[in-house]
Design a protein around this ligand. Sequence first.
Ligand SMILES: Cc1cc2nc3c(=O)[nH]c(=O)nc-3n(C[C@H](O)[C@H](O)[C@H](O)COP(=O)(O)OP(=O)(O)OC[C@H]3O[C@@H](n4cnc5c(N)ncnc54)[C@H](O)[C@@H]3O)c2cc1C
Length: 607
Amino acid sequence: MSIKDKLEKYVIKTCAAQNVSYTNEELQAAYRNATHYLVDMTEVENYNVSEDYFYSPIYHDPKYVKRSFESYKVLYDNNYYSWLYGIGSVAYWAGVLALCSIFHWSKVLFPNFVARCTGPISRAWRATVVIPAALDRNHLGSKYLFGKFDIGLVPTRFESLVILGFYAIELAINVAHIYPISGGNTIRTTRALEIYDLIGIRSGVLAVWIFPLVMLFAGRNNFLISITGINQASFSAYHRWIARAFTILAFIHSWAFMGMEIIYHDVKLAGYAFIALVHFIFGIFCLTGLWLHCWKLRSYHEWEFCAAAIWCFDRFVRIVRCLAFGVPKGNCRIIGEDTIKVILPKPKYWKAFPGAFCYIYFFRPARWWESHPFTIVESDGDEQNIIFYIKVKEGITLYIYNYLMKQPDHSANIRVTVEGPYGRQQPTRKYSKVLLIAGGNGIPGPYTHALDLVSHTLNKQIRLYWTIREWKNLEWFYDELAKLGHYKDKCEVYIYCTRGGDMPNFGSSGCSSEAGSISKTSKEKTIMPMNTQQKISNVEALSYIRFENGRPDLKHILGEEIETAAGSIAVMSCGHPKMCDELRSNVARMTLKSDKRIDYFEENQLW
Ligand SMILES: Cc1cc2nc3c(=O)[nH]c(=O)nc-3n(C[C@H](O)[C@H](O)[C@H](O)COP(=O)(O)OP(=O)(O)OC[C@H]3O[C@@H](n4cnc5c(N)ncnc54)[C@H](O)[C@@H]3O)c2cc1C
């Protein structure tokens, strides 16, 4: 159909909508009549556009009409492509989530098939993409830019590739189909206006499309965690990078429209640009800023609603979770040198799972609004309580520690609530050998997995390796280790002590509540008296454990464990960032060489 035919059809349809009917013949006749009276304005002398009225059809230069047509086409095409690419950027994430879901559910539903996936492609994929850190050994450990600025967590290699892919797509879709029309745009009359308009619309539309993802990936109640098997730490990484992309797009959008305003109004910042500037600078008022911005445009509220709904839903579920748990008094006690043990009565219907964690709110005057994540230790056979082991750091944990230090026996009942349980259970039950490797206060996660495995599976090779700094650190986890001893035929436990020190005081009923002063900076080395290790080995409840001095040689241990594995191997770590990074790197290398299926699971304590 020619453009002329299309135009006729459009006019007939539009007029019909207004109850005015034209036939093709009538239109042709009107056209012929009008062309008969056409006036070329360039030939009318002394014509004043704002004062003179004209009642004749006007002749336009066909070149101008063509440019005009192209100008509108570019404008509407840009809207169309912005939408299309916006959908594309969300579809990219849908694809990533679908891929991760396939990997996750195949491990859960078809463990035997997955265990047989040990061919060179599968090994290379896991060894070079899925398992390693982006830059060999740098995932959890602190990274400094120019040796000074802490740049936080570097995503794993798989996460980095996903993020790089997203940024590459964003870059491409920000510039695709953006071009000035030749001969000059008739709507945006200068080249600068034309480009500002195209870029401003494109970046703005792309920003609103990804905005709901920023909210969705950040929420504690992100239902995608259970569906895709992606853990919260990875979602946090994706959230941060999408949020950065959103900020860049919002900045480009604001800059482009401010540029237009400046050209139109001679450097005067108009209301529109002001709103844009406000929501750029005050990121914290992002939702409100966007709302005002979209209100002015009278569109894109759907994305606002979507993002706001996700945010409100998350807040609502968080409140419901707290209410469901209640606000009991928890017994908080300093135990060992720098650990607080919290025992909380829990409702009967409230269930945790291995590796689950909760956000705890301590209702103390100065910090009641803070909530921090801690791993749940469900005591074997104890249906009434849950336990948390909290390492004293420098914020809320130190505040509670200082409060407890002033209490009799360094113990007090504090009203708390918990929000959770969060996280997801890793499919460790599906592997024939499970290596659980913990460092310091990272023991709760691997321990709960060990307890789950020994009580729910048969014929598995289960190993728990725990590295502590001083023998005294055993005090606070004595009860749990003693409980695991009931399953000593099913699980081998190795404890490494790097500094040695005095004999722990296990007390008559398990642990003593001997408190110590915190000296995190102390570099003093205590020479380990050999008999401390022997004495501990002689404690009956711990006699099933092998105690070693010094740091474990993880590479060597890993090599041996893989060698002696009967089938697929799951390696889980939780501990010091450097230890986890080293382990991750070694697992990646060995995956490439071994013909056994090896998967790596990290339960990191960074947020
Ligand atoms: C899934 C998971 C499970 C965990 N399990 C355990 C466990 O079982 N035992 C254990 O000891 N630790 C665990 N942690 C780590 C624990 O959450 C931190 O050690 C704790 O939050 C430290 O609190 P702090 O205020 O004393 O922190 P510091 O890290 O010393 O913080 C110093 C200051 O920074 C603020 N701050 C710290 N982190 C954040 C943040 N993310 N957002 C905003 N402000 C922040 C603090 O409020 C404080 O003002 C876990 C972490 C995660 C993610």
